[in-house]
Every structure is written in C-alpha cells, then in structure tokens.
Design a protein around this ligand. Structure first.
Ligand code: GDP
Length: 302
C-alpha cells in the first residue's frame, strides 16, 4: 500500500491521536464523549476543513455517540471508534472511482474550475493517464476563447503527452468549438474528448453561464471540478458555486504535493457529494494519481 501524500498527515495524525484516546477508555461517559468530540473538532479545523463541514461531521458523530448505541454497548470505546470510522467513510467515500466509460464514444470530459486551479495541466495529465493506463484514444480541445495563451498552453501540453488537440479559434464561441471537436472526435474514432474551459480568478456569473451552456450542449459523461487543495477553506465556497450550477460527476484535487493541510478533500467531497477521482501531485505530466479515500480513513484508524 502506497503512502498518502504528506498533505493528509496533519489531519490523519491528529485524528489518530483522538482515536487512541478513545481506545484508552474503558468506559465512556457523556462528559468524556464531549471531550473527544472537542478534540476531533479542533483536529478538523486545524486541517483546514471548512466550518460547516466540521459542524455537520461533529453533529452526526455526536448524535450517534450520545445515543444508546454507544453508551449502552458492551465495548463503548470500540463502538465510538466505529462511529467515527463510519462517519469518515460517509464523508470521504469508500471506493476509488475512475472515469466512467459507460457511454457512446467519444466520452466527453468537461473540465471546470477557477483559473489557476490546474485545469489545463490536469487535462494533459488525464489525457496521458487514459492513453497509457487505459489504452484510450484521446483528443483535447480548449474552449477558452478569452486567452489565446490558454489555447497555446493546451497545444503545448498536447505535444508533450502526444495527444491530438482540436484547433480552436478565439473568434468562435465555446459551444461552437466544443461541438466541432465532438464531431471531429467521432469521425476520428476517438474514445475520449477532454474539453478544457475558461476559468476566472473568482466565481463569476458569466463564466458560470458559459460553462453551463457547454454542459447543456455537449452533454458530457464527466464534468470534473478541478480544485486547488492549497486554497483550504476557500475551496469549500468555490465547490458550492460550481456544484450549484453544474451537474458535477467528480472532483480532481490538485497541488496535493504542496503544503496544504488536507481539509479541502473533506470539504469539497461533502459539499459536492461527488467522489474525488484523482489527485494532482506535481507539475509534471505523470503527476496524477487515482484518489483512494479508504487509505486516508485507514491511516487515521491505524
Ligand atoms: P488553469 O488555469 O486551471 O488551467 O491552471 P493551470 O493548468 O495553468 O495550472 C496553474 C499552475 O498550477 C501551473 O503552474 C501548474 O504547473 C500548476 N499545477 C497544476 N497542478 C499541479 C499539481 O498537482 N501540483 C503542483 N505542484 N502544481 C500544479
């Protein structure tokens, strides 16, 4: 079993300490359950989990922990650990999920997220991953008509990973570009079309309308929300803004190799309700890994 990125150490170390304390208790009273909950709450906040997410996590554990299930159980400490474990699994998910290929090709993957989140880089990484690991024939296209540099960046990334990039022009609109790429991908028997989109530095109504129009017209199999793990608490607000407008199918958490504190993973998963499918672990094109939520839960529980 591979190690989790360092990013999660802060979260897992602190939570494991809380779990150890629980295990050390022969009996649990309401008072020491409250102490334990306070401990877990601080651990989550220090790992940069967004406040509403911490609150709902603690509320759920509290409700079950103060109920008969734990207090009257023969082994209360063991029951309490189980409650925390189940809540972690509920929040993070248990299974690793990849790209859904259960669709007529080309499987269209729409990349959504703020500027700088890592959409273009992740498009290239994902193209490489799907080509090499899943033997797919992949095409990419940029629907960013505002920044010629973004179109060029995707071209460069395409050359780096040896994947075709459908040409786009800044005088077209994103939907026209997207549709023409889908046609080209069909004609060329591509399995996958990755559509990189324009992001802004902050959530912005016209950006949301534009990507919504792309989703409505291309009907993608996957709409992946790409989010920078380093944005900590802000990741939660961004996730909410995107999830409110788009039907997301999954999340890519980027810059997990940085010194972020891991909380973004819990926040974004809770808020979108969608699985984190991949994590970006560096700037190079091979720095993309499937996300294994069970490994985080198991490293906490030891
Ligand atoms: P976009 O505006 O969303 O398309 O973002 P870009 O793909 O241009 O990425 C913005 C910056 O983040 C670039 O400098 C990337 O190299 C960097 N980046 C993207 N993903 C990762 C990652 O997983 N780890 C690290 N360290 N840097 C990343």
């Amino acid at each position: 079993q591979q190690d989790n990125p360092i990013m999660f150490d802060n979260l897992t170390d602190r939570l494991s300490q809380s779990i150890k304390k629980i295990r050390g208790q022969a009996n649990l009273t309401e008072d020491n359950i409250k102490d334990i909950l306070r401990d877990i709450r601080v651990a989550l906040l220090e790992a940069d989990v967004a406040l509403p997410v911490v609150k709902s996590f603690i509320d759920d554990v509290k409700q079950r922990a103060l109920g008969r299930e734990v207090l009257t159980s023969v082994k209360p400490a063991q029951m309490m650990v189980k409650v925390v474990q189940e809540e972690l699994e509920r929040v993070l998910g248990k299974e690793t999920s990849g790209i859904n290929f259960n669709a007529q090709p080309p499987v269209v993957i729409l990349m959504a997220g703020l500027q700088g989140a890592g959409k273009t880089t992740t498009s290239g990484k994902l193209a490489k991953y799907l080509t090499e690991r899943q033997q797919k024939k992949v095409m990419m296209v940029s629907a960013d008509v505002y920044r010629p540099a973004a179109i060029e960046q995707l071209q460069t990334v395409g050359e780096q990973v040896g994947v075709s990039v459908h040409p786009s022009s800044v005088i077209d609109n994103p939907v026209t570009i997207g549709k023409s790429a889908v046609d080209a991908a069909k004609k060329g028997f591509f399995d996958v079309l990755i559509v990189d989109t324009a992001g802004r530095l902050a959530v912005d109504e016209s950006m949301m309308q534009e990507i919504k129009a792309l989703q409505d017209s291309l009907n993608p199999t996957e709409t992946l929300f790409v989010v920078d793990a380093m944005t900590g608490q802000d990741a939660a607000n961004t996730a909410k803004a995107f999830a409110d407008v788009l039907d997301l199918t999954g999340v890519v958490l980027t810059k997990v190799d940085g010194d972020a504190r891991g909380g973004a993973a819990l926040s974004v998963k809770t808020i979108t309700g969608k699985p984190i499918k991949f994590q970006g672990v560096g700037e190079k094109m091979d720095a993309l890994e499937p996300f294994h939520p069970d490994r985080i839960a198991s490293s906490i529980l030891g």
